[in-house]
Write a new protein. Structure first.
Lengths: 310, 253
């Protein structure tokens, strides 16, 4: 799941050179869109959160809801981008970071729609349905997530190898030169930003369908930086690298949990292990930036070849 | 002066307090190699940047082939057939030489997102054509052996040639060259200049900003001298070399 998110970011940052510091916001928008479409039609109870919405719940409905979540995130991304995309890298980062916080506070305060801090809960967990039939719901979820990931990977792979992908990389390399060579760089950047944001929205929807509740504070800037860690570790500009980075990042967290459960650590260490992990990730990140800035798997050389004889 | 393909009318561009281009008017005749010379800071490069759309002029107009182009975004000016190379090469560093060429030009099939959904076969065809075209251009300018090298690994002179090669990929009717031969070794220089002359034969117009007076005097059909943001003089090589004002301001005694 994290990989889907990071692939979206990779498209923006690795390929198009757009520094989006508001990843969390687009994830959040996706999650809430999905949540709102999928939660039941129950009258809002102001003391408990839990506002009522459209209540789509069949399997096809939920797929539609996820697609709508992508669409909303993507369109929001394009809308934001229209006003901010001309900004140079660092200013775009500040603008998107600010936006992410605005949206998070929006989630917190629009209580009648989002439940605010009380959470939007009872999001249907479609995968729990299968549990009744003797399937493990997390197993089904894993399969679905893997299928989505595969689909996204194929799509991204096609995109970045396409002429469009090449033009987008040209914008990353030197926007002015790309412009002087006849590219409409604004449109190219908007496209990359929009698709990236849509993928973030998809991640949000997946997350919502898994977690049952949606809380505004899930979408802290921390979520954004997690995605960047994955992209940097894996290799910006290389979708496979991002997958590798995602698993590496996940493996670190999983490893920590395993150590906790397998080894009887002294209490003082046990209590601090989570933080040590964060420090460790920080160190690894610094190490990568210093010694292997291209990540685990660097961007691959594109060697265009004529496929069909003239 | 009939048959002007490019015309500047009283163009003004100021940066802060400096009027880099200060009411400059000039015409470039179709099918010529026109050199634009003058001391540093005369406004030559700025004028080229305005013509190619990188800057909008503060005042004045630019006309290209019958239509007014000042203030248009660069990609539309390229689509109209006017392209500029950069004085300091702006190669796309982390892309290969071939990719640098393929990316140049008006949007190709497959560079618009909607194309990608609809017609993979057409994209494939267009790509094949683009590759062949790019290879042909690389052969012409003598960079074919570096086809799949990253552009960042090229030498300074090779990058200059890459600039010209990319410009050629846009099917231009006119190319603005900002110091194309500075820093290029003599052999390559000759090759580059013969490519330019060959293209001129087939109808492409060139404007050449250059400080190498040998090149300017022997290769240019017409010379325009700029000084302090305006045109100071213009004429054939012999006339310019005899012009008192030009000698004083630029060529030196």
């Amino acid at each position: 799941m994290l990989v889907v998110l990071s692939l979206g970011l990779n498209l923006q940052w690795g390929h198009a050179g757009l520094f989006n510091a508001g990843v969390a916001a687009f994830v959040g928008v996706g999650a809430y869109t999905f949540g709102m479409l999928a939660t039941g039609v129950v009258v809002a109870d102001p003391t408990y959160g839990y506002p009522g919405h459209w209540g789509l719940s069949g399997p096809t409905d939920l797929i539609v809801a996820a697609l709508v979540a992508m669409l909303v995130s993507g369109l929001l991304g394009i809308l934001i981008a229209i006003s901010t995309i001309r900004l140079r890298a660092d200013y775009l980062a500040i603008a998107t970071l600010a936006l992410a916080e605005i949206i998070r506070y929006g989630f917190k305060n629009a209580r009648s729609i989002t439940g605010g801090d009380l959470a939007l809960s009872s999001v249907p967990r479609p995968f729990a349905l299968y549990a009744a039939q003797g399937w493990r719901s997390d197993g089904v979820f894993t399969l679905v997530a893997a299928a989505v990931l595969l689909l996204v990977l194929v799509m991204i792979g096609y995109l970045v190898r396409s002429p469009w992908g090449r033009a987008v990389r040209a914008v990353r390399e030197d926007e002015e030169a790309a412009e002087a060579l006849g590219k409409n760089t604004t449109v190219l950047r908007l496209g990359a930003f929009g698709i990236g944001c849509a993928l973030m929205g998809l991640y949000g929807a997946l997350q919502a369908s898994w977690l049952y509740v949606i809380l505004p504070d899930t979408f802290l800037p921390f979520a954004t930086f997690t995605a960047y860690v994955v992209v940097i570790l894996g290799g910006s500009g290389n979708p496979r690298g991002v997958v590798a980075g995602g698993y590496l990042f996940y493996a670190l967290g999983w490893g920590e949990q395993e150590i906790k459960s397998l080894v009887r650590l002294p209490d003082w260490l046990n209590a601090r292990l989570d933080y040590l992990l964060l420090i460790g990730i920080g160190l690894i990140l610094i190490g990568f930036i210093l010694f292997r800035p291209q990540g685990l798997l660097p961007e691959r050389k594109y060697v265009p070849k004529v496929r069909e004889p003239a | 002066m009939n048959g002007a393909i490019l015309e500047a009318r009283a163009v003004v561009k100021a940066f802060g307090g400096i009027r880099a281009v200060d009411g400059c008017s000039l015409q470039v005749r179709r099918g010529t190699i026109t050199a634009l010379i003058g001391p540093n800071g005369a406004g030559k490069s700025t004028l080229l940047s305005i013509a190619s759309g990188l800057y909008a002029p503060d005042a004045g107009e630019i006309w290209f082939d019958g239509s007014r182009i000042d203030g248009l975004p660069p990609h539309l000016i390229v689509a109209a057939g006017l392209v500029k190379t950069f004085q300091i090469p702006r190669e796309l560093r982390n892309m290969t030489v071939l990719e640098n060429l393929m990316v140049a030009g008006p949007p190709r099939t497959g560079e618009r997102l909607r194309d990608l959904l609809l017609r993979p076969r057409e994209i494939r065809k267009a790509e094949d054509a683009a590759i062949r075209r790019a290879e042909a251009v690389l052969r012409t300018v003598g960079l074919i052996h570096l086809r799949d090298e990253y552009a960042r690994n090229l030498s300074g002179g090779q990058k200059k040639i890459l600039e010209l090669a990319r410009a050629l990929m846009t099917d231009p009717r006119m190319i603005l060259l900002d110091e194309p031969v500075a820093g290029v070794n003599p052999t390559m220089q000759k090759g580059l200049l013969s490519v330019i002359e060959k293209l001129r034969e087939s109808g492409t117009t060139f404007v050449l900003v250059e400080h190498d007076m040998d090149v300017v005097m022997t290769r240019a059909d017409w010379i325009i001298v700029m000084h302090q943001g305006r045109t100071l003089a213009e004429g054939l090589a012999a006339e310019i070399q005899a012009n008192r004002a030009v000698i004083d301001s630029y060529l030196g005694g």
